[in-house]
Structure formats: structure tokens, C-alpha cells
Design a protein around this ligand. Structure first.
Ligand code: SF4
Length: 277
């Protein structure tokens, strides 16, 4: 049996930059606060916590002053910057440039009085960061049925959370247009995710069994795994090597290992070694 790691797997550049920023600061300092999990991967988080990264959330932000706080790749609304700086903290801003650009565009649409719709998950921190800048004045949806109230002739501006599927986003545009709705579509799906999805589909076709490794809270992990499962029903989602079931491989010749944009390559190597026994 051969076991191959997807050559396109590993951190995306937004996650790489955020981890680099944290490690650089912690090289010369003992403590760094991070607003939310820096990366949706328990093993990577444990490594960062060991060198001094402390995870905080918006609820306990009030208690942090005169400290250094890192904003992760998902981004934060302007109000968080004001609050954090108002308590004499310094910000290390690791917001992914792609997310920053999306926030800027959505603010422009809002200032232009456009009716904003975002294909994404309302609870996701990236979405909270975006809509927090526009008084939450946007409709966020994951299923086109949620916006069935739109009528022919309505004008909307349609964005997407960066980690959604580009095909699904295009499909939504087509369906809305067919219904006579005027859609100003501003494609905000991250290229790094959409290219990875395309390559992953080929990878899944070419292997008998797929092991997809992602943190339980990873949004792009869930979305990329569903693409795997669609192409190859022998796909299994795990977050650590302990979840591997060796029965999955009985009678098969090729195993492919891939992961989310927040899954470290060394974890994929560990999975490979575990499968080889
Ligand atoms: S998935 Fe794309 S938008 Fe999100 S952090 Fe990575 S590079 Fe940035």
C-alpha cells in the first residue's frame, strides 16, 4: 500500500503569516495574547501555548490592559481596534490581506447604500469581523432558500466568506439571476482555497482512500472535506492520529492524505507514519 501526502496541503499564506508573527514576538517575549484561536488545530495551538501564546476572547478583553494582543487572520471589526487600543494595549495585526481587502470593499458597498448579501456562516469570526464594520447591516446566508423572499428586479451586492466554495457561489449567482434579481457579484472567495479545492478533487479521484485532517472548528476543513467525500466516498475526516482506524485501509492500494489551510504538514507526516505503522 502506498501513502501519499497531497502536494498542495499545508498552511495557506494567511495562517503562515499569523503564526510567523506570533513566533517572532515570542522569540524575545514571554507572553502574547491572541484574540481567538490562532489556528484551528489543537497540536499547533499546544506548541504555540508552550512558548507563551495565551488565548483570550471578546468577553475577557475588558480585563486586558497594557499588553500586546495579536489579531489573527480572520480579522476584527474597527470597534475591536478602538477598544483594545483604548485599554493601552498594542496590537500585532495578523489579519490576512485578503480578508482586509474584503472588509474594505464591504464598507465601500455599505457607504454606497448597497443592499449587501454575504454567502457564509453568520457565526464565523471572519463574518463577524466584516459585518461588525457595517452595523451588521448585511444578510448572511448559507442556503439560497434563506433568501427566497427576494423578488425580480431587486438589486443586491453579493459577497462570499473567503473559504466558501467558488462553484457554490457561482451557482447562487446563476440561480438569483435566473429569478430576475440584479446581482452585483464581488467574488471574494480566496484563491488559495479555491485552487486547493480543484487540486484536491483530482487527488481524491486518484486514491482509493482519503484521510482528511482538520481541526473540529475549521470552516474550510469542513467544506474541503465535503468536496473529498463527494468525489471519493472512502474519505475520512480526522483531527488527530488517535482517530485513525486501520480497518479503513484493508483491501486498498493507495491512500491519500490532505488537510485544511490550517493543518500543519508535520501532522500530515505523523498521519502517514501511523498508517505505515
Ligand atoms: S484561507 Fe485565504 S483568506 Fe483565509 S487566511 Fe488563508 S489565505 Fe487568507
Amino acid at each position: 500500500m502506498t501513502v501519499t501526502i497531497d502536494p498542495n496541503a499545508g498552511f495557506c499564506f494567511g495562517v503562515t503569516n499569523a503564526i510567523k508573527a506570533a513566533c517572532e514576538y515570542l522569540r524575545d517575549n514571554d507572553e502574547l495574547f491572541c484574540l481567538g484561536e490562532l489556528v484551528h488545530n489543537e497540536e499547533e495551538m499546544n506548541k504555540l501555548k508552550q512558548i507563551g501564546l495565551k488565548i483570550i476572547n471578546h468577553d475577557n478583553l475588558n480585563a486586558i490592559s497594557s499588553s500586546v494582543i495579536l489579531f489573527r487572520a480572520h480579522g476584527e471589526p474597527a470597534a475591536t481596534y478602538t477598544k483594545v487600543r483604548g485599554q493601552d494595549n498594542r496590537i500585532i495585526d495578523a489579519t490576512c490581506p485578503i480578508v482586509k481587502a474584503l472588509q474594505k470593499k464591504v464598507i465601500e458597498s455599505y457607504n454606497n447604500n448597497e443592499r449587501i448579501f454575504i454567502y457564509g456562516k453568520l457565526s464565523h469570526p471572519e463574518i463577524q469581523g466584516i459585518i461588525g464594520n457595517i452595523d451588521n447591516d448585511a444578510v448572511v446566508f448559507t442556503d439560497i432558500d434563506e433568501i427566497s423572499y427576494l423578488k425580480p428586479g431587486d438589486n443586491i451586492t453579493l459577497y462570499s466568506q473567503t473559504t466558501m466554495s467558488l462553484d457554490d457561489y457561482k451557482d447562487i449567482i446563476n440561480k438569483l439571476t435566473e429569478r430576475g434579481i440584479n446581482v452585483k457579484a464581488i467574488n471574494s472567495v480566496c484563491n488559495s482555497v479555491s485552487k486547493r479545492r480543484e487540486a484536491l478533487i483530482d487527488f481524491c479521484r486518484n486514491h482509493d482512500v482519503i484521510i482528511f485532517v482538520a481541526g473540529k472548528n475549521s470552516s474550510n476543513g469542513k467544506s474541503l472535506f465535503s468536496a473529498c467525500k463527494e468525489i471519493n466516498p472512502n474519505s475520512h475526516l480526522i483531527s488527530s492520529v488517535d482517530e485513525i482506524n486501520m480497518d479503513w485501509f484493508k483491501g486498498y492500494d493507495t491512500v491519500g492524505i490532505s488537510g485544511a489551510t490550517s493543518t500543519p504538514l508535520d501532522l500530515l507526516e505523523k498521519v502517514k507514519m501511523t498508517i505505515y505503522g
